[in-house]
Design a protein around this ligand. Structure first.
Ligand SMILES: Nc1ncnc2c1ncn2[C@@H]1O[C@H](COP(=O)(O)OP(=O)(O)OP(=O)(O)O)[C@@H](O)[C@H]1O
Ligand SMILES: [Mg+2]
Length: 214
């Protein structure tokens, strides 16, 4: 099981400190919510956790059963859903999925593709032959989850994953996040929504006194 530890992490932008000596622990097997107002550093926290951004000082260490995880192994296990992730607008859902999974050295069978679409609540006949650029925002968000599920990642960095989703979509991601956590995955979920925070097992509050509930 993976554990991500923030040890006295300090990070500034343009000389303005965002995190000052922040400690935090994120454990596999749980859904951890990262909360705080706009600009409090939720997205930055996720990027630090994913080793996509370095701290100015301090450390973000990633261990699997007490052994430090190698950089390449960590990258293979990371799955990221953020608003910045974009699909190619002139490719279909299948083509986009094949492309993004191909980057990870994975192939996608049509059977798996169909199963995944069903799992994320996309209607296969409705998206057939349709470019991702013609999808609604919620449909694209669901497709991001299909890629995440297909990737087999067991460290999920979800940046406001429920944005633009309807009630069924929100229920879908919560169900999938629960299932992933139950199988030991790290699920780090940045949110501003009190209801989503309520459903998490642990909460890291930013912008104020970072606190953890356990
Ligand atoms: N690459 C960057 N360059 C400069 N400033 C940055 C950068 N990334 C983040 N910041 C600053 O750090 C602060 C926190 O940003 P961040 O995006 O992490 O907040 P957030 O909690 O995710 O906000 P939101 O709720 O709006 O998504 C902001 O003031 C932002 O301008
Ligand atoms: Mg953000």
């Amino acid at each position: 099981m993976i554990t991500i530890t923030f040890d006295r992490v300090t990070r500034s932008f343009g000389g303005k400190p965002l995190f000052d000596s922040l400690d935090a622990k994120i454990r596999g097997g749980k859904i951890t919510a990262v909360t705080g107002p706009n600009g409090s550093g939720k997205s930055t926290f996720l990027r630090l956790a994913g080793h996509l951004l370095r701290p100015d000082s301090g450390q973000v260490s990633v261990k699997c059963d007490d052994a430090e995880l190698r950089r390449a192994d960590y990258r293979d296990r990371l799955g990221i859903v953020t608003p910045e992730l974009r699909f190619y607008p002139r490719l279909t859902a299948y083509e986009n999925m094949t492309f993004f999974l191909g980057l990870r050295g994975k192939t996608l069978t049509t059977d798996t593709y169909r199963d995944l679409l069903k799992r994320v609540g996309l209607d296969e006949t409705a998206v057939r032959g349709k470019f991702a650029g013609a999808f609604s925002t919620g449909m694209r968000q669901r497709l991001k989850f299909a890629v995440l599920l297909a990737s087999g990642a067991d460290v999920w960095l979800l940046d406001e994953p429920a944005a633009n989703l309807d009630a069924a979509g929100r229920a879908m991601i919560l169900r999938e996040a629960r299932q992933a956590a139950a199988s030991g995955a790290v699920v780090l979920w940045a949110t501003n929504d009190a209801g989503e925070e309520e459903k998490a097992d642990e909460v890291i509050r930013l912008g104020g006194n970072p606190a953890r509930r356990s």
